[in-house]
Design a protein around this ligand. Structure first.
Ligand SMILES: [Zn+2]
Length: 464
């Protein structure tokens, strides 16, 4: 068997199955999954997985790198973000190219794409349309042809990134015909604007009141509207960071009617609750949509088990404590978003696989295979089947460790999970067949990241 490296002694975990197997790698890709003990040619590097889980590296479908919003820019770049990603077992990130007012979506996307080479791992990119004009269809055609078929849209952040319903409908129509996909942040801006105004009028607009400023109904209403657009167009649609079971169930019901509609949830909405806004550092938990009450968190998390949640992202947005504190008295102007690219996999594994019996195969499906599928990256990413890139997380499922921001690698000085004791973490992470992280140490800091040109996204309700 031709190979330069083999990972032996582990249990390979794929989205649909797991089995003891050795993983043979050559030229940066998986060339075979073989019976344990299959001989390798002399000179092959052998990595002993020591009984650990051998999983495809995570694919984070929602990651903001060096993102500017309002007066704030998040603090990382491709080198920092991908370093943190790899330490957390994630080997592909999907970033966003979000235009500022007046910028052309395609210009921003091509400029952002050029940064991929600074990364320790590969990346892909979501483009973004805010305003419709006659040039948008040609821009979208170019973007899809150049491997950027997914386009972020927002129904909130008026004056910044909010798109109106006409623009959403037209963009969705064009992308449907091109093999593209609208990925959308749904919160009805008029409902949020009204809630914020009423909160401000009574002096309750600081970070500790975050939950009241963005009600669950705003999300439900906007998801229903966008689903109706997608259904009428017979277009696929992917909802980012759905934070309530009601929103997830609207999407699931549409899927049962034949709409190719999918739910992303993000780690913090599945684990953390709005009680943190009543604590000593509420600003560190300000994100949109906000953290929800414990009952809503648990209802959302149940859909990891029902199958109604398609992917888990991080919605990584790396602000530090000083940025978060600087405008904590007014959530309308403070930076929202939480650092999470490094903690996404360990937190979800610990909470749901180790803690609540979610099958490891379902974990791989939610965090690697399905994000690759919905982004046109499968089967190059999100699987270890022969032909896939040899991006591999060798995962110790039973090690206990305590999260502390000083031990993490994100470009910030806090983590929302500070002090939490977790079970399981990656021990060794390979990117393109190279060991990049081993035993908590960076083994190869050379930036070899590539922009991965995504294929057309042709999704049916069953994802295939
Ligand atoms: Zn986001």
């Amino acid at each position: 068997m031709r190979a330069s490296l083999v990972v032996r002694g582990g249990t390979v975990v794929e989205a649909g199955w797991s089995a003891r197997a050795d993983v043979f790698v050559a030229g940066g890709v998986v060339v075979a999954l073989a019976e344990p003990g299959t001989p390798a040619p002399s000179g092959t590097v052998e990595i002993d997985a020591g009984g650990a889980l051998v999983m495809p590296g995570g694919v984070d479908p929602h990651c903001h790198v060096g993102f500017t919003s309002g007066d704030f820019t998040s603090l990382d770049d491709y080198a920092r973000c991908t370093t943190a990603a790899v330490f957390g077992g994630t080997t592909t990130i999907v970033d966003f190219a979000i235009p500022r007012p007046g910028q052309r979506p395609a210009d921003v996307a091509y400029a952002q794409r050029a940064k991929a080479s600074q990364g320790l791992c590969d990346s892909a990119l979501h483009a973004c349309v805010v305003e419709w004009d006659a040039t948008v269809p040609d821009q979208l055609a170019a973007l899809v042809a150049d491997g950027m078929p997914t386009v972020k849209m927002f129904t909130t952040y008026r004056g910044e990134t909010m798109a109106n319903e006409d623009t959403i409908l037209r963009t969705m129509t064009v992308l449907r015909d091109l093999g593209g996909l609208v990925v959308i942040h749904c919160e009805a801006d008029h409902i949020i604007g009204d809630a914020q105004e009423r909160c401000a009028a009574s002096g309750r607009i600081g970070a500790e009141h975050m939950a009241a400023t963005r009600p669950e109904l705003a999300e439900t209403a906007s998801v229903a509207e966008v689903l109706a657009i997608a259904e009428s167009l017979r277009a696929p649609v992917y909802f980012v960071h759905q934070s309530t079971a009601e929103a997830v169930e609207l999407v699931a019901a549409a899927r049962r009617r034949g709409v190719a509609a999918f739910t992303e949830s993000v780690a913090h909405h599945l684990v953390l609750d709005d009680g943190l806004y009543g604590g000593p550092v509420p600003e560190r938990f300000v994100c949109c949509p906000p953290l929800r009450p414990r009952g809503a968190v648990d209802a959302l998390a149940r859909h990891l088990f029902t199958g109604e949640i398609t992917t888990i992202g991080s919605d990584h947005c790396c602000y530090d404590v000083a940025q978060k504190e600087s405008r904590r008295s007014d959530v309308r102007v403070m930076p929202n978003g939480l650092p999470g690219v490094e903690t996404r996999l360990p937190v979800i594994f610990s909470e749901f696989v180790a803690g609540r019996g979610l099958p490891a195969t379902r974990f791989v499906e939610l965090t690697a295979a399905n994000p690759a599928r919905t982004n046109g990256l499968y089967p190059r990413k999100g699987t270890l089947m022969p032909g896939a890139d040899a991006d591999i997380a060798i995962w110790d499922p039973s090690v206990r460790w305590t999260v502390t921001s000083g031990d993490l690698h994100m470009a910030t000085d806090y983590t929302p999970y500070e002090g939490m004791t977790l079970t399981g973490r990656p021990r060794t992470v390979l990117v393109g067949g190279r060991v990049v992280v081993h035993d908590g140490m960076l083994a190869d800091a050379a930036p070899r990241g590539r922009h991965i040109a995504a294929g057309p996204v042709t999704l049916t309700p069953s994802l295939l």
